[in-house]
Design a binder for this molecule. Structure first.
Ligand SMILES: NC(=O)c1ccc[n+]([C@@H]2O[C@H](COP(=O)([O-])OP(=O)(O)OC[C@H]3O[C@@H](n4cnc5c(N)ncnc54)[C@H](O)[C@@H]3O)[C@@H](O)[C@H]2O)c1
Length: 276
């Protein structure tokens, strides 16, 4: 996709943080943007603020990404009001902490419901619409550097992000092989100044458990370099325009990725028994 002017984009989790940054960057490029979010007060406030700059090119819609029916209602509404959908940013996410050994089924239901199923439902709902466009479209998935490197305290978060990384990589291959004009981007943010540290504000009643809000910069074991959401949003949009699969925001995080892959390669060399 080389041009966003006149295109219609949907951004999940667009009321706050990186999603809001992506929405701003899309508006800067001339797109019409629908931000969809579970938190109605933040959604209304974001639409009101962005309308000051973008007028009628911004609107909001309530969405729970963990529910397929909620996505279907969003798709129908956007097609009805805007007539088309070209770009879908599957960005909504939660980032609570907690050791895997302490987690309950309810914890897993919450974090995988939003961070993994939220992307799966998004692809299932919107891919057919994008593929039906004569000029295709783009699916951006906000993953994480935690989809490359799993870390203690945010293990369940990494389980979801590894999952959406696999989804993005395989979908990209499938679409290219099929000659589709739809492309995929996996945004891998480092540390971005957002409201992710208070993710429990949107935790559904009945899914309480051991996962809890924590300052991620204090629980991860790597140096922290903060970035503003608007910059992360511009990186996502640049990757959409370049049809790039991987869009990392912090090159200083590449060291642990190299070390992890070196450990995996070394393990393969340690077990040569397949030759026997
Ligand atoms: N902040 C970081 O440092 C960082 C780093 C790597 C990846 N990410 C990823 O970026 C994405 C956005 O997070 P953020 O940091 O901007 O946090 P944020 O809390 O500022 O924004 C997340 C948005 O998602 C919405 N949301 C939560 N549950 C939802 C649901 N069930 N349905 C619809 N919307 C829902 C929230 O209301 C909120 O508006 C997430 O996928 C997160 O994993 C963030």
């Amino acid at each position: 996709m080389t041009e966003l002017h006149g295109k219609v984009a949907v951004v999940t989790g667009g009321a706050s943080g990186i999603g809001r940054g992506i929405a701003e960057a899309l508006l800067e490029q001339g797109a019409t943007v629908v931000i969809a979010d579970i938190q109605q007060d933040a959604l209304d406030a974001a639409v009101a603020e962005l309308a000051g700059r973008a007028g009628e090119r911004i609107s909001g819609h309530s969405l729970d990404v963990s529910k397929a029916a909620s996505y279907e209602a969003l798709r129908e509404r956007v097609l009805e009001t805007e007539g088309r959908i070209d770009v879908v940013c599957l960005n909504a996410g939660v980032g609570p902490s907690g050791a895997i050994r302490d987690l309950t089924a309810k914890d897993w239901e919450w974090i995988l419901g939003v961070n993994l199923w939220g992307v799966i439902h998004g692809v299932t709902t919107f891919l057919p619409v994008l593929e039906a466009n004569p000029d295709g479209g783009h699916i951006e998935i906000t993953g994480s550097n935690a989809g490359f490197i799993a870390q203690q305290s945010i293990g369940s978060y990494s389980v979801a992000k590894y999952g959406v990384l696999a989804l993005a990589e395989v979908l990209d291959l499938e679409l290219r092989e099929a000659g589709s004009k739809v492309r995929v981007t996996y945004l891998a943010p480092g540390m971005i100044r957002t409201n992710i540290g208070s993710s429990s504000r949107n935790r559904p009643a009945g899914l309480e458990g051991a996962l809890h809000d924590a300052d991620i910069s204090k629980v991860i074991n790597q140096d922290v370099r903060w970035m503003e959401p608007a910059t992360a949003g511009r990186i996502a949009v640049r990757a959409i325009l370049a049809d790039d699969l991987y869009a990392p925001t912090d090159p200083s995080l590449v060291g642990p990725i190299r070390e992890r892959h070196a450990r995996i390669v070394a393990a393969h060399e340690k077990y040569p028994l397949w030759k026997e």
